[in-house]
Design a protein around this ligand. Structure first.
Ligand SMILES: NC(=O)c1ccc[n+]([C@@H]2O[C@H](COP(=O)([O-])OP(=O)(O)OC[C@H]3O[C@@H](n4cnc5c(N)ncnc54)[C@H](OP(=O)(O)O)[C@@H]3O)[C@@H](O)[C@H]2O)c1
Length: 258
């Protein structure tokens, strides 16, 4: 039986979807949902074993996943990850630049320059380089969807995460800029700006009651999110359901920025 028009619109059947930082957290939730939607998903993180484990779990659950370990904080790392995914999946229709880091808490002006550089390499240059390689190797000729994992921090900066805020604001500009540059090649580029999500990256924010309550107290829903609650937005932006959406920033923040 052919899929219903509704299922078809959200389907990723036969598509290749590479998700950076997908061994756990938000990236893993996206990988699980994309595999359910029929994509062959690329699981990436620095730790190869964690990638192998996540890919094996998705395959055991009936999906299709391949492990492509690598560090997206360098040009060689990015090129290697894209190449490894293409070798195994044969195509890269969807790229989710999800890997992110925040080694420095505190005001931007107090931030160590080494930490600022590390944040910039992974959170800003990583998505630019990954997109460059994915476009030249596949998307330029075939079209595609690029999704950058920004943050509410890039829209409404909190005092605690100065350098990270600035990197996510830059990523939003990268998203808009690339949407302009790539639109006529049938490549859409969008961002998701999550609010507070319970993951290892946000452990300190979720588990410190004073910080947690300060953040969720500003949201309409009055709570933080589970990683699975971000994945639906990614599926919308990856699939044909969003065929006329590009250059947009979709906030998934429980009403933090309202
Ligand atoms: N959690 C939140 O509240 C929140 C809110 C807004 C936005 N975000 C954004 O959402 C994205 C995912 O974060 P998360 O909260 O899901 O974090 P997480 O649970 O800590 O997961 C991060 C993932 O990225 C991988 N990773 C980290 N650095 C990497 C690198 N240089 N190269 C390749 N992979 C790397 C990690 O694996 P390895 O350690 O093995 O590399 C892991 O798979 C980030 O961009 C973050 O800024 C998160």
């Amino acid at each position: 039986m052919p899929p219903s028009p509704l299922a078809e619109r959200f389907s990723l059947a036969g598509r290749g979807a590479l998700i950076t930082g997908s061994s756990r957290g938000i990236g893993r939730a996206i990988a699980d949902l994309f595999a359910d939607a029929g994509a062959i998903v690329g699981i990436n993180a620095r730790h190869a074993e964690a990638c192998e484990e996540a890919a094996a779990e998705i395959n055991a659950a009936g999906g299709k996943a391949v492990a492509v370990a690598g560090h997206v904080g360098s040009a060689e790392g990015c090129e290697g990850v894209v190449r490894a995914f293409l070798e195994q999946a044969g195509r890269i229709d969807v790229l989710v630049n999800n890997a992110g880091t925040n080694p420095q808490f505190g005001p931007l002006l107090d931030a160590d320059e080494g930490a600022i550089n590390r944040i910039w390499e992974v959170n800003v240059l990583g998505p630019v380089r990954m997109t460059r390689y994915a476009v030249s190797a596949w998307m330029r000729d075939n079209g595609g969807s690029v999704i950058n994992m920004a943050s509410v921090a890039g829209i409404k900066p909190e005092a605690l995460t100065g350098a990270y805020n600035a990197s996510k604001a830059a990523l939003i500009s990268v998203t808009r800029t690339l949407s302009r540059e790539l639109g006529t090649s049938r490549i859409r580029v969008n961002a998701i700006a999550p609010g507070l999500v319970e993951t290892r990256l946000a452990k300190v924010l979720v588990e410190t009651p004073q910080i947690h309550d300060h953040i969720v107290g500003q949201t309409a829903l009055g709570r933080h999110a589970d990683p699975s609650e971000i994945a639906g937005a990614a599926l919308f932006l990856a699939s044909d359901a969003s065929s006329f959406v590009t250059g947009s920033v979709l906030t998934v923040d429980g009403g933090w920025t309202v």
